[in-house]
Design a protein around this ligand. Structure first.
Ligand code: OOG
Ligand code: NI
Length: 267
């Protein structure tokens, strides 16, 4: 059951972000077996669509809540879920924006959009596939949101979809370090997110991560078509702790910089 969920999510993700498929296929051509370490979703903390609502589909498929994280400067809560028995089932990372911590105008703008949607979407376990459910975005609103939160602006335009898939470096043979993976990605012509350094984390912290910069795509706004960042691709390598068990959680300091992969940039 979980395989089908990730196939559906991958289809939508690569249709919008063909560079992820291209990178995946480059690894495959190198003889590598591409396995997903995790996927990530973003949402608002409104009870109609918060973390628990987005997690529904995965809980139904047998996933269990594992870790909890806080990002004070970004005004986010997050959790991660794991499947207890399915081999190679990707972890699922879900974050939510704490709306009450933003200006009144910001909150009103988001609430107006959320309220404009009928009951058809909220609470449906298939909400993870629905993308932006609140109608055509306004570029002026996108810019207003960006002043307070890049995350909010991204979510306002892209809605419920996987924000990134993550290649498990542990499952690669030839590209067995994050340095080798990053070099390969750059040699193939893709840009990496350098926020906080290209490599987030250390072997001592048991998790190292890197990511591409989000793909720039054309989006139709009320005011016309604009090019903005969509989704990125991540690479992660996990190390065993003293007892020999592979670390399975997330590291807030790393994650805080991974979020920046989808920040707005001029192209
Ligand atoms: C999630 C960022 C955090 C990780 O692996 O630490 C993350 C996001 O950008 O939505 O994916
Ligand atoms: Ni990630």
């Amino acid at each position: 059951m979980q395989k089908q969920i990730f196939n559906e999510l991958w289809k939508r993700y690569t249709a919008q972000n063909p560079s992820a498929q291209a990178i995946h296929d480059l690894f495959t051509k190198e003889g590598e077996n591409v396995i997903n370490d995790h996927v990530a979703f973003r949402t608002f903390d409104d009870p109609r669509m918060n973390i628990q609502i987005l997690a529904k589909k995965f809980v139904k498929a047998g996933y269990e809540y594992k870790g909890e994280y806080k990002f004070e400067d970004k005004h986010l809560n997050a959790v991660h879920l794991e499947h207890p028995s399915e081999e190679n089932a990707p972890r699922v990372f879900i974050s939510e924006l704490i709306l009450s911590e933003f200006s009144e105008d910001f909150q009103n703008l988001i609430k107006k959009r959320i309220n404009s949607v009928g009951n058809a979407y909220y609470g449906d376990p298939d909400m993870i596939y629905k993308g932006r459910v609140w109608g055509k975005p306004s570029y002026a609103e996108y810019e207003t949101l960006r002043k307070e939160s890049e995350y909010a602006a991204w979510l306002y335009v892209h809605g419920f979809r996987v924000n990134h898939f993550t290649v498990s470096i542990n499952a690669l043979k030839k590209y067995d370090s994050i340095e080798k993976v990053n070099q390969f990605i750059k040699d193939c012509g893709f840009e990496m997110n350098a926020s906080g350094g290209e490599i987030k984390g250390t072997p001592e912290k048991l998790l190292q991560q890197s990511s591409t910069l989000s793909e720039i795509i054309k989006v139709e706004f009320e005011e016309g078509t604009y090019e903005i960042p969509a989704c990125f691709y991540e690479f992660a390598i996990r190390y065993p702790d003293e007892s020999g068990e592979i670390f399975s959680g997330f590291i807030a300091a790393n994650a805080n910089k991974i979020f920046d992969s989808s920040n707005f940039r001029e192209v």
